[in-house]
Every structure is written in structure tokens, then in C-alpha cells.
Design a protein around this ligand. Structure first.
Ligand code: SF4
Length: 229
């Protein structure tokens, strides 16, 4: 039997939420390919948690002290479980706790017929960090290997809608060989979003030991498997 990984874990003064291991990308630099652990916590889930499991895990984490924000950011794409994201965001908003979504920006493709950004804004989401990772669709498909066609366009549209709904929005790109970081920054500027480049992290047997800036060892600076936080 697989041991259940952590649903909530701490890093960088925040609480991070790991609600699924499923993702609609297969990024060439995905941390999941070479580790189970972030900040010393295994994020490999035996079963996906329900909203009540997540809020219980958050309550337990707050017993250890305050957190700057609570971030949906684990070993998978959170909006594959939009119902859980919305329920937990509402629960946190009621408690006046800042919330952030780290996402690959595929939410509309994953939830057809749902006005995803509107419902996220209504639930009280404060911020979104969206993994752009490429300045053009060809490079995006090459390195992020999305299950959807025209995903790059969907990512940009998702970020644009977040900005329009007043959600604090940051686009990120991993500094992968061949990535046009200046082009990614220009897309973010055009949308009115912030931009952050993230260092490429090689596997542990190569020089360095983190990817997307996400922490493998407890002493490392935090990042996330979406290349987002
Ligand atoms: S890096 Fe993020 S978006 Fe890419 S495959 Fe991994 S979890 Fe999915």
C-alpha cells in the first residue's frame, strides 16, 4: 500500500496545499520526475483529499504558527479539482486568510463550460501564479507537452482574465534552454501581470538539486512543481 503523502506542508513562511498528483502537462523539467519530496515532505498521494481533509490539514498546520498565505501548489495541477479549490478558498476567505493559486493555466480547458476565473474571484482568491514557460506555442508544446492543443493561448487567456478580475497575477517561466524569457516578460507586461523567471533545477545527480525553484531539501528556497510560486 502506498503511504499517503502530505496534503498541507510549509515553506517560505507559507502553507502549501497538495490536492492532486494529476496534471495536464508533462513538463520536461517537472520536479515530480525525480523526487517525491518537497521540504522533506512526501507529496505522493495515495488518494486525493476531499475539501474537509484539506481544511483539517490547514488547521493542523496553523497550530505551528501563522502563515503569510495559503497556496494551492503540489505535485499536480490544482484546477483538475476545481470543486476542492473553490470550497477551500471560500473557507480560507471566510477566515480572512490570503489565498494563492499556482497553476499551469489550463483551468478552462479542464473545466469546459465553467467561467473558472469568475468563480475563483467570487470565492475570494487573492493571487494567481501562472506558469507560462514559453513565449510562443511551438516552444510551449515542446517543453510543457500539454494534453490539450492550443494550450499556450489558453494559458495567456487565463492570466488575462485573472488580471481583469482583480486577482494579483504573476506569470513565470523556467529558464530552460531555448526559452525566450524576455518574450515571456513582454507577454506579462502586455497583460498587466508581474513576471518572474525561475532557475532551471537539474536532477539531484546533476549539479544543483532543485527545479522550478521548488525545495527538495528543507534548507533550499521554495518553489513549486508548476514552476510557479
Ligand atoms: S511542472 Fe507543473 S505543470 Fe508541468 S508537469 Fe509538473 S506539475 Fe504539471
Amino acid at each position: 500500500m502506498i503511504e499517503q503523502g502530505k496534503i498541507a506542508y510549509r515553506g517560505k513562511g507559507n502553507i502549501y496545499l497538495n490536492i492532486t498528483n494529476r496534471c495536464s502537462c508533462g513538463c520536461a523539467f517537472c520536479l515530480r520526475a525525480f523526487t517525491d519530496d518537497v521540504y522533506g515532505a512526501s507529496l505522493r498521494l495515495a488518494a486525493e483529499p476531499e475539501a474537509e481533509d484539506v481544511t483539517r490539514a490547514i488547521d493542523l498546520e496553523f497550530l505551528d504558527g501563522p502563515a503569510g498565505e495559503v497556496v494551492f501548489c503540489g505535485f499536480g495541477e490544482p484546477t483538475m479539482r476545481l470543486d476542492v479549490v473553490l470550497a477551500v478558498t471560500e473557507w480560507l476567505t471566510l477566515r480572512r486568510i490570503r489565498t494563492r493559486l499556482d497553476t499551469n493555466g489550463h483551468a478552462r480547458l479542464l473545466n469546459p463550460g465553467v467561467d473558472v476565473v469568475s468563480v475563483l474571484a467570487e470565492a475570494g482568491l487573492d493571487a494567481a501564479t501562472v506558469s507560462l514557460n514559453a513565449a510562443d506555442p511551438e516552444h510551449y508544446d515542446l517543453i510543457c507537452r500539454p494534453t490539450f492543443s492550443k494550450a499556450h493561448r489558453a494559458v495567456i487567456r487565463f492570466a488575462e482574465e485573472c488580471v481583469c478580475h482583480g486577482i494579483e497575477t504573476t506569470l513565470t517561466a523556467v529558464d530552460y534552454p531555448g526559452t525566450d524569457l524576455a518574450g515571456c516578460a513582454a507577454i506579462a507586461a502586455k497583460l498587466g501581470a508581474a513576471f518572474r523567471a525561475r532557475p532551471l533545477v537539474p536532477p539531484p545527480d546533476a549539479p544543483g538539486d532543485e527545479t522550478h525553484g521548488r525545495v527538495i531539501a528543507a534548507s533550499r528556497p521554495a518553489g513549486d512543481p508548476n514552476g510557479a510560486p
